[in-house]
Design a protein around this ligand. Structure first.
Ligand code: NAP
Length: 271
């Protein structure tokens, strides 16, 4: 039996196990996906132990995405982003990858029909998700404006991303009306029925991705749909980051329909 898993703390409510196990079932694989919650001080031992035990692959989530970077051989993208969310143990040494970035890009392209090459994109948030999304969009050919509550974090991220600029939240009213793509990579909308972007800034030509996936229909996505914008919920980003990890670990095509169904069943059960 192959074992895959997720390392984070806490990981109790993760929907990755049903999502990945739907893929194993679909391919008839003898495999399980298990969650692990090491103490932060035990992270290095946990990664070494996973390799020694023959675990095939690990996803990594909060609070370990940055710390794990020094424990694996990161690929070029993970190194630039400064965070790893997927570890592959198949080589001589564990390699680290960031599938949040391509997960966001595929969500926008495949579910939002977004043309990212040459687009103007506003990324709200400069934390872990904001970093991954900003690099993904710049790599896809978009001009990226990073907007964040703490403006220093926005300008610091923008300095790392080719062609990007950094701003405080008050710039949204100027930037969003001229944008083609808008991504919420803050946690606003998760705990309360609130949006980080004023509705008056939104327009019908936008493709809007909200990284928040619980609830699925956030205030931002409702406001955007009311303006006639194309909306993409955070479960699509979660789905594609998992699908890309599955494909890397197994070399098989990810069964998107089955993984999506398992993920959305889990999200509905969460509410
Ligand atoms: P993080 O590193 O803690 O960053 C949080 C971000 O939210 C920061 O930019 C922070 O701004 C901003 N923020 C928090 N409260 C705010 C408020 N009241 N007003 C304005 N901005 C606020 O978190 P993260 O890992 O980037 O995650 C951000 C969100 O993305 C979470 O909801 C997470 O669940 C989601 N996410 C989704 C996926 C997916 O696959 N769909 C993947 C990763 C993350 P400051 O810098 O000013 O504090």
């Amino acid at each position: 039996m192959q074992v895959f898993g997720l390392v984070g703390n806490p990981v109790g409510h993760s929907l990755s196990p049903p999502m990945h196990e739907a893929a194993y079932e679909c391919h008839g694989m003898d495999a399980r996906y298990v969650t692990f919650e090491p103490e932060p001080a035990a992270l290095e031992t946990a990664i070494e132990g996973a390799e020694a035990l023959g675990i095939s692959g690990l996803n990594v989530t909060i609070p370990f995405k940055q710390d794990v970077l020094s424990l694996v051989e990161p690929d070029e993208l993970a190194d630039r982003i400064g965070a790893v969310n997927t570890i592959d143990f198949s080589g001589d040494q564990p390699t680290g990858h960031n599938t949040d970035a391509d997960g966001a890009r595929r969500a926008l392209e495949e579910q939002g029909d977004a043309e990212l090459d040459g687009a103007t994109a506003v990324v709200v948030g400069a934390g872990g998700a904001g970093r991954a999304v900003a690099f993904a969009l710049a790599d896809a050919g978009s001009t990226v404006h990073v907007v964040n509550r703490t403006v220093e974090r926005a300008t610091a991220l923008a300095a790392d991303v080719p062609g990007a600029s950094g701003h405080g939240l008050d710039a949204l009213m100027d930037l969003v009306p001229d944008a083609d793509v808008l991504v919420n990579a803050t946690s606003v909308g998760m705990e309360e029925d609130a949006s980080p972007v004023p509705q008056t800034a939104l327009h019908g030509n936008l493709v809007v991705l909200d990284a928040v996936y619980s609830p699925l229909e956030t205030r931002l996505l409702r406001d955007a749909a009311d303006c006639g914008a194309t909306t993409v919920d955070g479960a699509w980003m979660l789905l594609y980051q998992g699908a890309i990890a599955f494909e890397r670990w197994t070399g098989r095509d990810a069964p998107i329909t089955e993984m999506n169904e398992a993920l959305r069943t889990g999200l509905r059960g969460d509410r």
